[in-house]
Design a protein around this ligand. Structure first.
Ligand SMILES: Cc1cc2nc3c(=O)[nH]c(=O)nc-3n(C[C@H](O)[C@H](O)[C@H](O)COP(=O)(O)OP(=O)(O)OC[C@H]3O[C@@H](n4cnc5c(N)ncnc54)[C@H](O)[C@@H]3O)c2cc1C
Ligand SMILES: *[C@@H]1O[C@H](CO)[C@@H](O)[C@H](O)[C@H]1NC(C)=O
Ligand SMILES: *[C@@H]1O[C@H](CO)[C@@H](O)[C@H](O)[C@H]1NC(C)=O
Ligand SMILES: *[C@@H]1O[C@H](CO)[C@@H](O)[C@H](O)[C@H]1NC(C)=O
Ligand code: FES
Length: 583
């Protein structure tokens, strides 16, 4: 199958008008609609191993892919070698070639943004080095294959080893565990922060013992899918297979809870009373859903969504029944979107006037509300739940402050999260007023050899002058895990990642980058009502964040430019000339 070639994307330096821009976005939408839909949905993964920039074996396929002067610096092209699609890139006058698909959900990287030596995926903003194929920013765990390129007599040739034809991702080389090395890194929590930390340790030749302890029944899994495809099978959720953990000497202890930490003796205590020694500890226990506190919160049929079992339970109990979702923020909105064509009725109760009002603003909130109203979701905004009434221990009605009474078979609450740090009480590990674990830019807590990463942390955000923040993004928790691992290995590395977040509604995705807290103004490009827009969030006259719908790759572009340290003024966001975004 051939992939449609992309519309010509204007490059940096050339100015182009907003109209061109919106037109491009439209072409994109039509062109990418199918694949984008798929890309925000589950995919099954298969991985392979290969050293950086393929050593060629005896048998190889070589293709003449273009003429030397076909590409200018900073340009990319999708070419075919054998039957294999390859991303050919020219930077600093030199050609390189890597896999053409993002290792996260397989998006075509030719649609992404090339800045310097990195290509950034337009879908969820993962980054790959085009010289090495290495993943440099998440989501996704694997790197891209990297192919040999040769330029001869003005012809550009790419060679692929026959054994690795058809392979689209590369697991980085890792060292094995060495039984003689008496050193243990213990990772508490079975999310991406722990997983990436463990893999990064092995990639950097840590040969000691690695133990991941998780309360969950599943080893690390694709949590964002839980609210987007609630009925997905556990096997297609797993980030890594059990063989993978075995092969790389990563002990995966599921259904085990750490109940306390004793830094003086360097041990943790588990729920079953046993203790485990550590030399270095990572606290990456994430957050849990805040439970409802109104009367009736404990009735059967009242749920939160935080693990695989919750998703299964909510899905099966909602089919053909009356669902009431409480909390009009990201998780709640994804749940109503998913249930809208499955439940008999879906009601959403929110305290603000519009969904996501504080984070994204009323305009976007209102538009998303209309999108879901078209799917028969009923909104009860400006309201709050005072009581849940039951019958025979099962939920029956949800009573609102306004007096409205909603019939309900199932209630799902998405009203915020609480850091999982209670087990640290008495350990001396410093937490903030919300009980998030305080770390420095090296992901160190205030206790020697105890690091922390992911949603449970309060960390200094580089793009906000190192203001301490708690950011619960899938991408950021991966980045934390990597930085923690490198610092455990005494390779000083600061957390500099630019936040990126996405959320899916009815097959469309809102993408978000930056940190918009405290913004005072929103500048829109395109039209929110038409569901094709880019929004810039302004604070102190600079762009601090952006959100988009059907405007790829704008938000990924901005993320990459922010990552290079660039700061954009409000006047640039206001201008019709958007060439600064380098789309
Ligand atoms: C339904 C849902 C949808 C989401 N969708 C998106 C999205 O679309 N985009 C996005 O960017 N982000 C999304 N997120 C947020 C994203 O999942 C988190 O940012 C990310 O999972 C955080 O990773 P983590 O490793 O810090 O912690 P988590 O993934 O939360 O993992 C923490 C782990 O620690 C375990 N644990 C807790 N306490 C203990 C203990 N005492 N002992 C042992 N184990 C313990 C937990 O069981 C869990 O396995 C979503 C989250 C949810 C719940
Ligand atoms: C690669 O895929 C093509 C098409 O699916 C197939 O014909 C070919 O045999 C595969 N090659 C290898 C080496 O697996
Ligand atoms: C909420 O209240 C505001 C102001 O009182 C009003 O404009 C808005 O329409 C209300 N929203 C809903 C969904 O009822
Ligand atoms: C860490 O911080 C906590 C809370 O502020 C404090 O009680 C403890 O003494 C600190 N420990 C070290 C080693 O600095
Ligand atoms: S598909 Fe590339 S980051 Fe998700």
């Amino acid at each position: 199958m051939t992939h449609p070639s992309p519309p010509p994307l204007p490059r940096g330096g050339r100015s182009f008008s907003l109209t061109t821009w919106v037109l491009l976005a439209v072409t994109w939408e039509v062109d990418l609609k199918l694949s984008l839909r798929m890309l925000d949905q589950p995919t099954v993964k298969s991985s392979f191993r290969m050293s950086q920039c393929q050593e060629l074996g005896d048998e190889q396929v070589t293709g003449l892919v273009c003429q030397e002067d076909d590409l200018k610096d900073g340009e990319m092209r999708e070419v075919t070698v054998g039957e294999q699609k390859v991303l050919l890139v020219r930077t600093h006058g030199q050609y390189s070639a890597v896999g053409n698909r993002c290792s996260h959900y397989n998006a075509p990287l030719i649609r992404g943004t090339l800045v310097g030596d990195r290509v950034r995926c337009p879908i969820h903003a993962a980054c790959f080095n085009v010289r090495t194929g290495d993943i440099e920013e998440y989501p996704g765990l694997d790197s891209l294959p990297c192919y040999k390129v040769k330029v001869e007599d003005g012809n550009v040739y790419v060679s692929i080893d026959k054994k690795s034809l058809n392979l689209t991702r590369r697991v980085k080389d890792m060292c094995s565990m060495s039984p003689d090395i008496k050193h243990t890194v213990l990772l508490v929590g079975g999310g991406p922060a722990s997983l990436v930390c463990a893999e990064t340790l092995r990639q950097n030749c840590y040969e000691g013992r690695i133990i991941i302890v998780s309360k969950d029944t599943l080893p690390p899994f694709d949590k964002p899918k839980l609210s987007k495809a609630m009925n997905v099978d556990s096997s297609s959720l797993l980030l890594r297979s059990s063989d993978f953990y075995e092969e790389h000497g990563i002990e995966m202890w599921t259904q085990k809870e750490v109940v306390s930490v004793n830094p003086a003796d360097k041990v943790v205590k588990l729920g079953d009373g046993t203790v485990q020694h550590y030399d270095q500890l990572l606290i990456s226990t994430g957050c849990r859903a805040r439970p409802l506190s109104c009367p009736g919160w404990d009735l059967q049929g009242v749920n939160v969504l935080q693990n695989y079992e919750d998703a299964k339970e909510i899905h099966s109990s909602c089919l053909g029944r009356k669902a009431v979702v409480i909390g009009a923020s990201f998780i709640g909105m994804e749940v109503v979107s998913f249930l809208s064509d499955k439940a008999a009725s879906v009601a959403m109760v929110g305290t603000s006037t519009y969904p996501y009002e504080r984070s994204l603003g009323p305009e976007i909130g209102k538009m998303t509300m209309q999108m879901l109203e078209e799917q028969n979701v009923k909104f009860y905004m400006n309201d709050t739940v005072t009581e849940i009434k039951g019958e025979n221990g099962k939920v029956k009605e949800v009573v609102l402050k306004s007096g409205t009474v909603l019939e309900a078979d199932v209630v799902i609450a998405g009203i915020g999260v609480i850091p999982n740090s209670d087990f640290l009480e008495g350990s001396g590990v410093e937490v903030d007023s919300r009980k998030a674990v305080i770390v420095d830019k090296f992901m160190r807590t205030n206790i020697t050899d105890i690091f922390s990463a992911g949603d449970v942390t309060s960390f200094p955000l580089a793009i906000r002058g190192n203001q301490r923040v708690n950011i619960a993004h899938w991408q950021m928790s991966h980045a934390h895990g990597r930085v923690a691992a490198l610092n455990m290995l005494k390779k000083p590395t600061e957390i500099k990642s630019v936040p990126f977040f996405w959320t899916s509604l009815l097959g469309k995705s809102i993408r978000y980058t930056g940190y918009g807290e405290g913004y005072t103004e929103i500048i829109f490009k395109g039209k929110v009502e038409e569901r094709k827009f880019l929004a810039f969030y302004i604070k102190d006259d600079v762009v601090v964040a952006a959100a988009s719908l059907t405007f790829e790759p704008a938000v990924a572009c901005l993320a990459e430019l922010m990552a290079t340290g660039q700061v954009f003024k409000k006047t640039q966001a206001q201008s019709d000339d958007m060439s600064w975004l380098q789309m």
